[in-house]
Design a protein around this ligand. Structure first.
Ligand code: SAM
Ligand code: SF4
Length: 340
């Protein structure tokens, strides 16, 4: 951990709460712990991958923990460890244990689950509570085309491992793309009913490695809900967070959620902020500006100076993104770099 070199008596007093100029309060922090990944999902990375950052440019576990402690003191309640692929970062369970110690009120992870069978027990022991697993097809060959990795069996086995060690809830994230996997909506609903895992369909967003995004390839919330309801009637639940949530009307296990960032943006109530693997803070997934917290950490800044930088980034958060409109500017980073 870096030494603190500033005189604490000259520091501004820190009051809790990360409020922006529209009155939204940031309580959800997503951290990309690595830019690396063993998959190359077509909507996230180019086939050849991206040039990985050298290790010394990536935040250490101690640096991440120090920042998370400051974020929690400022009012963050939920921390999601993501990437890139968090399970390819060596000894990731140690980071989970360090974050559990802070403590973080709610600690979650998003993973492609290809290494979850090996890691689930250690993660649960370290204090991980809940997990989201990305799974875009239940058909082996199609899975391989999308992820550019023949890994369906490993992912399904990873989901079983998460269930065996008691991670709860288990959510399955599926990015729906027209003409690619939109014929599997019913299969995913049946998978949810059978396993009790919560399926979260994500509208395809313009953050793809291959730049194939077109609005016409986005399968909307309305279309997803209509298709599933025609076979398995759905009952809309309370909207908590960005996902529209639906239970099965016949009270079968599982549920369906849709994250409709494109057709029903949740910017007005967005409570999220992000930290890249290199320590840049973003107030929005699509933000074009970032705040370099790593430089502050590595130049000996005090906690309250870092807290002020975090506050300033939240305060300056824009009203929202404009996906689909002509003024929308695609971020230069893919989701694997920003942390999904
Ligand atoms: N590697 C882990 C995984 O795949 O779960 C964590 C990182 S991944 C970037 C986090 C989430 O972002 C995944 O659920 C993925 O499906 C989603 N994602 C990535 N690119 C996306 C895009 N262009 N549109 C919608 N979701 C995207
Ligand atoms: Fe890797 Fe996740 Fe991106 Fe797929 S979505 S390439 S698993 S980081």
């Amino acid at each position: 951990m870096q030494a603190e070199t500033e005189d604490p008596s000259t520091e501004p007093e820190v009051t809790p709460g990360l409020v922006d100029k529209y009155g939204r309060v940031a309580t959800d922090l997503r951290i990309s712990v690595t830019d690396r990944c063993n998959f190359r999902c077509t909507y996230c990375m180019p086939a050849e991958g991206i040039a990985w950052k050298p290790h010394d440019e990536i935040l250490s576990f101690e640096e991440i923990t120090r920042l998370v402690k400051i974020f929690v003191e400022l009012g963050v309640k939920k921390v999601r460890v993501t990437g890139g692929e968090p399970l390819v970062r060596r000894d990731i369970e140690s980071l989970v244990a360090m974050l559990t110690e802070i403590p973080v009120p709610e600690l979650a992870m998003t993973t492609n689950a290809s290494k979850l069978r090996q890691k689930a027990g250690a993660l649960a022991d370290a204090g991980l509570q809940r997990i989201n697993v990305s799974l875009d097809s239940l058909r082996r060959e199609r899975f391989e085309v999308i992820a550019r990795f023949d890994g369906l069996d490993r992912v399904l086995d990873g989901l079983d491992a998460a269930s065996e060690v008691g991670l709860d809830p288990i959510k399955v994230n599926c990015v729906v793309m027209r003409g690619v996997n939109d014929d599997e909506l019913i299969d995913f609903a049946e998978f949810s009913r059978k396993t009790g895992f919560h399926i979260r369909f994500i509208e395809f967003m313009p953050l793809d490695g291959d730049s194939a995004w077109k609005k016409s390839n986005v399968v909307s919330l309305d279309e997803i809900v209509e298709t599933i309801s025609a076979r398995y009637p759905l009952v809309e639940g309370d909207r908590r967070g960005p996902a529209a949530e639906y239970a099965f009307a016949d009270q079968a296990p599982g549920s369906v959620g849709v994250i409709a960032s494109v057709t029903r943006p949740f910017c007005e109530s967005c409570n999220r902020v992000r930290l890249t693997a290199e320590g840049q803070m973003l107030a929005c997934l699509f933000a074009l500006e970032d705040t370099d917290l790593r430089s502050l950490l590595r130049s000996g800044a005090s906690d309250s100076t870092i807290a002020e930088a975090i506050r300033g980034t939240v305060a300056a958060k824009w009203a929202g993104h404009a996906i689909g409109n002509k003024e929308f500017t695609r971020p230069t980073r893919s989701m694997s770099m920003i942390g999904g």
